[in-house]
Every structure is written in C-alpha cells, then in structure tokens.
Design a protein around this ligand. Structure first.
Ligand SMILES: C[S@@+](CC[C@H](N)C(=O)[O-])C[C@H]1O[C@@H](n2cnc3c(N)ncnc32)[C@H](O)[C@@H]1O
Length: 703
C-alpha cells in the first residue's frame, strides 16, 4: 500500500453511487409518470441509496483508519551499536570476554578458526586478543542495557562519533521517521532499486506492475528529496526496463531543470549469448540535483589526464600544458579580437593572416603581464600558445559514459562479496568502485569529505563499504545512512560493515590482513505498517456506546468505531506507554515469521520525531527506578536549542525529591528545553506526550 495511492475513497464511491442510481435503479420514464414520493421506483432508489451510503461510510472509515496507520510515524523497536574495540573503554573488556554470544559472533564474522599467524590468533579470545585487534567490533545487541549505557556514557558527542546509521525497516516508513532529523542534511543519495525485471531468482520483490513500481518509487523519492541539501545530488542506477519511467518520475519530483546526467555505466564487458536481440552491457545511472545552487561538478584528475602536463622551461609555477591562441573565427567575423602581438624573444610583431585571436586586447595584456605566452624553446613558434598550469586547473569535467575499467563491474562486485563471506550471500550487488566514483565527484569545486551519503535500497551494504573506503583514502569524515528491509540486514549488511572495519582484504571468508579502521555504527529496527495493523486491538463493548439509541449506534459503527475502539492499541500510542516506558511492547514480526513482543524504544523514537542530534546518554537509578536521560541539539526556526529528555516509570514518584536530585545531577536549568514523560517538578520540565503525539501524526513531508 502506498501513500500516493490514497485518493479519497468516499468521494469516489459517492460518485459511483450517483451514477449507479441514475442508470440502474431509476427508470426515468417511470419517475415521470409517478409524481408522489411513495411510488415504487422512488422507494426503491431511496432504499438502495440508504444502504449504499452506509456501506460507503463504513468503507471510508476503514480507509481513513488505514491511511492514518500507514502515515503515522513508526516506532523504533530496537537501537544498538557496533563499535570497534579501540573506542570501547577498557573497563568493559572483562565483560566482553565473558559474553559467549559476542565471542561466537566474532568467530562467525571474522572466521578466526581459519586465521594464519599474521593475524595474531592465539587460539582464544583474551585480553591480548583485544589489545591486538583494535578494529574488531562489539555488538551491543548481545549485551544488556546496563552495558550499553556504560559504553554510551563514555562519549561526549555521540552524534559526532557516529560514522554510520543503519535502519532495518521498510524505506517509506523509515524515511518518514527520520525526515525531521535529516531534512536538508544529506549531500548525496545513491540508490539501486529493484529493477522490476521479473527475474524469478531475485530474493527481493522484483516483479511489480509498472504502475505499482512507479507509485512505490514516487513515494520514496518525494520523501528522499526533502533530505537532500540544496547543493546535494541524487544518483540512481536503473536498466532499460524502467529507465523511461524513472526518468519521468525524477523530472516530476526534482523538476526537469534539475536533470544533471544520464550516465551509461558499462556494468559488464562480456556479451551474454543467451540474449535473443541485444545483450545489454550497461546500466543507466541517473543524476539529478535538488536546486540550481549545484552548478559545477568535477571529477578528480587521473594520472592519464595529468600526463600531458610538463615543465620544459622550468617555470616556477610548476607543470603546465598549452592551448592555441588562434581563434577558429575569421578576422572579419571578430574584428574586436584583431591586434598585433610582440614576440619578446625575436622582437617581431606578429599578426595572423586570416584569423582573429581568442582573447580580447585587455585579457591579452594580462597574459603578457603574467608571462603566460609560450613561443617555443627558442622563440621560434609562428604564433604564441597560452600556458595552463596543473596547479590551476580544477578536476575533470565528468563524462556520461563510465567504463568498466574505471568504475567496476557487477561480476567484480559479486566476486569481492563472495571473498568476504566465503560463499555467495547476495544476488547482484553493485561494485564499491561505482559508488566510490560517485563519492569522489566534487560539488561546486568542493570535495565531499563530510556529510551524509544515503542509500535507502541498501541491499548488502555496498554504499557503507564504499563510504568507508573513501574515508580511508583521504582521511575524510563522510557518514552513511543505510535503509534495508530484508533479512540481509542481519545476515549480510551488518557483518559486511564489521568485516570492512576489520580488514580491507578478504579471501574465502578470511581476512588477509588487520588493516582496518575505527568505526562507530548505530543501528535501528523500525515498526512496519504490517506490524501496526497486527497490533490493533479493538476494545469490546464499551458501555457508553452500548447505551446509545439504535440510530446513533448505527452512526457510531459506520463512522467512529475504529477510531474510538482502537485508542488503546499500541501503534496509536496508548496513555499507558508513558507511565512505564520500559514496559511498552508491540508484537513485531521478526525474520518474516514469528511475532515477538518487543520493547518499543520511545527514547529514540522521540529523538527522531523532534529531529534531535543526540550528544549524550546517561542512565541512573533514583527512587528504585531507572532514568534514561539524553542531551540533544535540536534545529528550530529560531536557531539550535539545547534539549534534555528524561524518561522513567512514573508510578509512586516523590516529585520533590526527584526535583532536588535531578536538577543537581543534570543541571536542568542550563537547557533551553527539558522534556519529561508524565508529571514532574524538574526545573523547566514540560510533558513530552503532547509533542510526541503531534509529531507522530504529522503528515509525511512530501511537498
Ligand atoms: C537491487 S538491491 C540493492 C543492492 C545494493 N545496491 C547492493 O550493492 O547490495 C535492492 C534492495 O532494496 C531492498 N528493498 C526493496 N524494496 C524495499 C523497501 N520498500 N524498503 C526497504 N528496502 C527495500 C531489497 O530488499 C534489496 O535488498
């Protein structure tokens, strides 16, 4: 079910009913004959209309309810962290070594049983192992909450240290949830959506009707566009099957004036002899910008392109190449570009017999002053040439054919991923080199060394690996934001990033070296629309409704029942959620099968709803209850606000005691805003329930 598909069902059905009544129920001739209201045709029409209107209003009620559930921001139902050991405080090491699940995960991800001596495996996980392997990653999902908070409270600015955020969720729902936080923050989107090829061997759904595929893409692109900054860019791979459709859609979403390029990427260099007509060796890579503030793109120079530069005259400005001074246009056509030039070596005055020069007399004088004219080693050139210095030329203008040698192929991608895992784990990954090439493009002359890369069809996590590679290459601080709904999230995407952080080379599932890099990854799971539906419970037989007279009861059932009787359902945030935040659970479908009761992460959900950049986390015990307190920065229209959020069970609190303790411990006076669940006397505290509810029900930002 998709957002844009929601037309107004009620209006549509009312129109249909009118048509039906006029054409099928009423016989106009009969009506003309009968002029009192009790004639059979009029009675018949009225009965049909009354029944139909009731059905319509009942259906409309269901539709509105579904729409509300679909559009409401979904809950975060898990937040965990994968962190390389170099960033984990030493005093947690003992606990790590005692955690068998963690050690098992390491055996599995790093394949330690197969390590050779270079990798320093001494047969067991002990302190020496931890000291020798700083880029092994712990996964907080395997530890308890206390461990997680001990780890988190060690950082002064979590937002700053976070290299990547991974979301396991359906991408419309996930983008909708994170849109407040990342609005205008993303510099580059790369997506590789299902191509809708009808291939049966695809694990993920790849067989939509063209129209459903388009509507699926339309919703997501509209949400994604709002996340991209004004100078940012959007890239999407696509094959011929849906390329025209996707191009038209992008024209619509980004505006056709924001089309940048339709790049042909040579994804393979062998032809498939199974093809009946043409064997396609390219994919399209569409590029759009969001505004015309992005007006210049450059690719880094290559050794090849630099090889034409040299310094035969030892110019102190370094290597240079030269271009002709002669204009292809004739003297008659460009009379203002006609003048004589002195060759300073021979002293001769030079003019061209037929053609003008390329530059105006003023620009020419500047060239002379800057000593930019080259007349050959002995001054024996007939006409001068203009020197262009390597230090002055920016990057290369990107071209729209990307050959496999510089960009990588799909085969290379599968082989590399196979080496990492020791077996085939994912069909059709993209090569990291393709995304690295995108990531090296300079925007308006600036190299993107910071900023977010978003991929909301993340698959096996290629974009994450590519961003890590780019950062390793130039010491950059780019961050990645990956969304994937499939089970590969756990079986491929996360382990792939763990592996990449540990070693940059793998063979048959075993690392080739310990050449890793520090990494701090936050990951979430997000409630799906199906989860929302599965958790709706209607409260039966509310006494007030039972006492209604029959006419009103009918109205109630037709139009209001769902809204009132679902009030206490988990997805719609019952009041009770706020009195015991740790005890608020939903049944969440896990790995496509069982529905497990799962604690909703209200703290993180709230952060996303208000668009918070979380800097610090604390956990404390007071009055026999756990407090989770976070410090965040929130962008508002009037600037950045510092915000404190505090969550605890509200039953039997002594508010005065709490105030004295809390204000002292967390210095609540010093924040612009303090949100607390339920009642409280904490300085500046405001209840967060109203904001939570309002933000949760806000319409998706697809303008
Ligand atoms: C073509 S694959 C992307 C492969 C990726 N570029 C790589 O290199 O591994 C498309 C991915 O999108 C995921 N996907 C499809 N529809 C989705 C949705 N609505 N929400 C989230 N993920 C989705 C699929 O599970 C699949 O993993």
């Amino acid at each position: 079910m998709d957002y844009f598909v929601h037309k107004n069902l009620q209006k549509f059905l009312e129109g249909e009913l009118k048509f039906f009544l006029q054409n099928e129920v009423l016989d106009v001739d009969e009506l003309i004959k009968a002029n009192d209201g009790s004639s059979p045709p009029v009675l018949r029409a009225r009965t049909v209309r009354d029944i139909a209107e009731r059905i319509i209003s009942f259906l409309a009620q269901i539709e509105d309810f579904q729409k509300r559930l679909f559009e409401k921001k979904k809950f975060v139902v898990q937040t965990d962290y994968m962190v390389t050991l170099d960033q984990v405080p030493d005093d947690l090491y003992d606990e790590i070594l005692e955690n068998d699940e963690q050690l098992e995960q390491w055996r599995d991800v790093y394949n330690t049983d197969q390590w050779d001596t270079d990798l320093k495996w001494q047969g067991e996980f002990d302190q020496t192992f931890l000291n020798n392997h700083p880029y092994v990653m712990i996964d907080t999902a395997l530890f308890d909450d206390e461990f997680k908070f001990k780890l988190l409270s060690d950082f002064d600015d979590i937002e700053e240290v976070t290299d990547g955020v991974l979301v396991n969720g359906e991408n419309f729902q996930s983008l909708n949830l994170i849109s407040e936080k990342y609005q205008n923050e993303v510099d580059c989107v790369f997506i590789d959506p299902p191509y809708n090829t009808g291939g049966r061997d695809f694990i993920y759904k790849d067989r939509y009707q063209h129209s459903s595929w388009l509507s699926m893409m339309a919703d997501r692109l509209a949400l994604a566009k709002n996340l991209i900054s004004d100078e940012g860019a959007f890239f999407a791979t696509i094959d011929d099957n849906e390329k025209t459709n996707l191009t038209q859609l992008c024209d619509l979403v980004f505006g056709s004036s924001n089309f940048v390029a339709d790049i042909a990427w040579e994804k393979r260099y062998t032809r498939s002899n199974n093809a009946k007509m043409f064997s396609s060796v390219k994919d399209g890579l569409l590029c759009y910008r969001t505004t015309d503030k992005l007006s210049l793109l450059r690719e880094p120079r290559t050794e090849d392109s630099d090889s034409i530069y040299s310094n035969p005259d030892d110019d102190p400005r370094g290597e240079w190449t030269s271009v002709s001074y002669v204009n292809p246009a004739s003297k008659e056509d460009r009379p203002n570009l006609v003048y004589s030039i002195e060759n300073p070596i021979t002293g001769k005055e030079v003019t061209h017999p037929t053609n003008a020069w390329k530059y105006s007399p003023e620009t020419h004088s500047e060239h002379v002053e800057e000593d930019r004219l080259y007349w050959g080693e002995d001054g024996d050139y007939e006409y001068p040439r203009l020197k262009r210095f390597l230090s002055e030329v920016g990057g290369l203008v990107p071209v729209d054919i990307w050959d496999y040698e510089k960009t990588g192929t799909t085969d290379e991608a599968s082989i590399a991923l196979g080496h990492m895992f020791g077996e085939k784990v994912f069909d059709n990954p993209k090569p990291t080199r393709l995304i690295e090439r995108i990531g090296r493009i300079k925007y308006n002359g600036n190299k993107l060394e910071q900023g977010y890369f978003l991929d909301f069809f993340a698959g096996s996590g290629t974009t994450g690996q590519a961003v890590m590679n780019l950062n390793r290459e130039d010491n950059g601080n780019r961050k990645y934001l990956l969304v994937e709904m499939g089970q590969y999230f756990d079986s491929v995407l996360r382990p792939r990033l763990q592996k990449t952080a540990f070693s940059n080379e793998w063979s048959e599932g075993v690392p080739e070296n310990r050449d890793g890099q520090p990494q701090f990854i936050k990951y979430h799971r997000v409630e799906s629309y199906e989860d929302s539906l599965n958790n709706i419970v209607l409260s039966k037989g509310q006494s007030r409704q039972q006492a209604l007279p029959i006419e009103e009861l009918n109205d109630y059932v037709e139009s209001y029942l769902l809204e009132f009787e679902s009030e206490e359902s988990g997805p719609l945030l019952p009041e009770s959620a706020f009195s015991d935040p740790d005890g608020f659970e939903l049944k969440i479908e896990q790995n496509g099968a069982s529905r497990e009761p799962t604690t909703v992460d209200l703290v993180e959900t709230f952060h996303y709803l208000i668009g918070a950049n979380v800097t610090q986390y604390w956990s404390a015990i007071h009055q026999d209850r756990k407090y989770v307190v976070t410090e965040c920065d929130v962008d508002t229209e009037s600037g950045v606000e510092t915000v404190l959020t505090a969550w605890r069970r509200t039953e039997d609190i002594n508010y005065e005691e709490e105030k004295t303790w809390f204000d002292d411990e967390f210095d609540s006076e010093s924040y612009d805003r303090v949100y607390v669940n339920g009642e409280s006397q904490i300085a500046q505290a405001e209840p967060l329930e109203i904001t939570f509810r309002e933000k949760m029900e806000e319409s998706p930002n697809v303008a």
